[in-house]
Ligand binder design. Structure first.
Ligand SMILES: NC(=O)N[C@@H](O)C(=O)O
Ligand code: NI
Length: 161
């Protein structure tokens, strides 16, 4: 017996407890490159504990809605940012911690031009593109030791738009 979860458009205010939305909104902090480029400066809180930052490219298979969310994970040692290398929608699911497991999940539909940075140790669903190609640059921790904790739900969630 699954439980239903409604995805809402991704927005910085609702996402703030879990991380940042990476997007060129508002006035740039600085105009650079002879005034031809707006720099939206230092927009994410990165954290890599005793490791270092790395950039990887994820090529993830597209999923379809309704999406069955069976598992959430977190990275105790570092933040994780997903920057789409496309203009397609994708699903972001996050949750507060509730005694060492995910609390009420929150689902968001990322719009074209939006990336996300997940704060260290925030519960999230794995990368979930909704159209091919599911190509993302991922900025996360490279280092020693375990950095992945998973929680599998007894009852999955059905995520829909
Ligand atoms: N496990 C892994 O590298 N990917 C996940 O962290 C994810 O959030 O997709
Ligand atoms: Ni992750």
């Amino acid at each position: 017996m699954s439980r239903d979860l409604h995805a809402k458009p991704l927005n910085a205010a609702d996402f703030a407890a879990f991380g940042e939305v990476l997007e060129a909104v508002g006035e740039p902090d600085k105009m650079i490159n002879q005034g031809l480029c707006g720099r939206h400066h230092d927009r994410a809180r990165l954290d890599f504990a005793d490791g270092r930052a790395g950039i990887s490219v994820f090529n993830a298979q597209a999923r379809t809605l309704p999406f069955t969310l069976e598992m959430m994970e977190r990275h105790p040692e570092g933040s994780q940012a997903f920057v789409p290398m496309h203009q397609n929608p994708y699903l972001v699911v996050v949750a507060d911690d509730d005694g060492g497991k995910p609390g009420q999940p929150r689902a968001f539909l990322a719009q074209p031009g939006q990336g996300v940075n997940l704060h260290r140790n925030v519960w999230h669903g794995v990368l979930c593109p909704l159209q091919d190609p599911g190509l993302f640059a991922v900025i996360d921790r490279i280092g020693e030791g375990a950095n992945l904790e998973e929680h599998w739900f007894d009852r999955p969630w059905q995520v829909n738009a």
